[in-house]
Design a binder for this molecule. Sequence first.
Ligand code: 13P
Ligand code: SF4
Length: 324
Amino acid sequence: MFTTALAQQETTQLGELPLLLFAAIESLKKELNAVILAHYYQEPDIQDIADFIGDSLQLAKAAEKTNADVIVFAGVHFMAETAKILNPDKLVLLPDLNAGCSLADSCPPEAFAAFKAAHPDHLVVSYINCSADIKAMSDIICTSSNAVKIVQQIPKEQPIIFAPDRNLGRYVMEQTRRDLLLWQGSCVVHETFSEKKIVQLKIVHPEAEAIAHPECESSVLRHASFIGSTAALLKYCQNSPTKEFIVATEPGIIHQMQKLAPDKHFIPAPPMNNCACNECPFMRLNTLEKLYWAMKNRTPEITMSEDIRLAALRPMQRMLEMSV
Ligand code: 13P
Ligand code: SF4
């Protein structure tokens, strides 16, 4: 019955469609014994239907713990791949298989293998925003919420390659006061914020605090009174006495910020051009409709070779042990 309603989308009142989808997704969840894990950058409707919303570390931990048979990952490819690395026997679905990540794409496996081979004495710490192939070449994985803590646990004399994000790498260097050999990758979304427009916003909103994700360039980070992962930014806004924030990360997170701190005002940090380039084009490929169809058809599924999975699992487990 629902399928017919969806097929007749054009004649359905637009406002009714999300409600129909919510109901159908809820019933598929029961039928498949599925769990929906969503990242904070997903569209509001997806965040609202999810069983768990989190940052990359929280999502990896939730994927590790789940008893569900099916994991529907509302995020990008490397995140769903991480869930599969941790759950080889579960069906892991990604609503749109093209939901990639510019940061993960900025580190091609062959080039990285050559870089690593040129520095054989270095330990490889890779940010979770990378492909399973890069994870398989790494010694330890980290996320934006534990990168500093992980690097601090490595002996000072041990040289380290940090990949793929140069901005997070530079931030970790500053925080740990140690030298890291950085792979020069970056995120198109976090490099789009305009320092000039943030400064102008601070003049117009003198009471507002700027907060930023460490994937931003140092020209933006220098204006932030708090820097952290998506989950850390959310917690900071809830606990801070400040009532107004300029948020330098993907604006999808503002949905949760507004839900958890309804009395506060959140201003998305503007991009350099008059575009919507502060929205992650990959995250936004997932829609409520695609999520429904992925569950209904049990596809697109995340797959990988067992060799790569096992090689990628080892540094993931090291991260989970080091970030308890
Ligand atoms: P978090 O781990 O902070 O959620 O970051 C994920 C991400 O892709 C940021 O661009
Ligand atoms: Fe990748 Fe950047 Fe999108 Fe995060 S915001 S998923 S790092 S492209």
